[in-house]
Design a protein around this ligand. Structure first.
Ligand code: NI
Length: 228
């Protein structure tokens, strides 16, 4: 499931994020954190993780995503990798087709995270750069994604994906992974559909014996499938 989550960051938070990610920020070669296949494809810059800039930005992004009910319903997160930050511009401007590692080591807190779901939070205004589409291959073919600043896309960690060359301006984003309480993509999808339709039914009809019973079904399925 590929899902667009809107307004994860508000304009004030975006401004804070951008001011922490300017030229004075400790940008390093993005290849330092890539696995051996991805290293051959990766040509971008990444924010040094042990910096004060990164610490403040991680807090900002984690606080924002954890407040978003749609994110919670779709991802059912058990562990969240510490958000990372990258920049595509100038001669370091692309990331060719690759798959993310299945199990990745997060530094804050120190933990291994299985990459069930990949997340990209767009921080640059799309009018400020050309190119830089995130292209995700799924069973329906290729999906091209270039979102307004503050919006996020989540997609299965199993997907081959790439970032097209940025030919003008700079594309700055946050990216990270989720280990879900529900490992199966199909099970997560069923739970998300049930949750969204229950929400719509409740808005239309209020609470009824049927919505109560179906909420029970949702939780019984979650109990069946979730690991905590
Ligand atoms: Ni990737």
């Amino acid at each position: 499931m590929l899902l667009h989550l809107r307004n994860i960051l508000d304009p004030q938070q975006l401004q804070t994020a951008r001011s922490l990610l300017g030229d004075q920020a400790p940008w390093i070669d993005g290849r330092s954190s890539a696995g051996s296949q991805a290293q051959t494809q990766k040509n971008n810059e990444q924010l040094a993780q042990d910096s004060e800039h990164a610490r403040q930005l991680r807090e900002l992004v984690l606080g924002a995503v954890q407040k978003d009910p749609l994110f919670f319903s779709a991802a059912l997160p058990r562990k969240i990798f510490n958000p990372l930050f990258n920049r595509y511009s100038g001669t370091t401007n692309t990331y060719g087709a690759h798959v993310d590692g299945a199990v990745l080591h997060s530094k804050a807190p120190q933990q291994w995270v299985r990459s069930d779901i990949s997340c990209t939070l767009f921080l640059s205004d799309p009018a400020d750069y050309d190119g830089g589409d995130l292209v995700v291959q799924d069973s329906f073919g290729e999906r091209r994604i270039k979102l307004p600043a503050g919006d996020m896309v989540i997609y299965p960690g199993t997907s081959v994906h790439r970032v097209e060359p940025v030919t003008r301006g700079a594309r700055v984003a946050s990216f990270f992974w989720i280990e879900s309480m529900v490992r199966s993509e199909q099970h997560r999808r069923l739970l998300f559909d049930l949750d969204m339709n229950l929400l719509a039914l409740r808005q239309r009809l209020g609470e009824t014996p049927e919505t109560t019973a179906l909420t029970g079904t949702y939780h019984n399925l979650l109990r069946l499938w979730a690991d905590t």
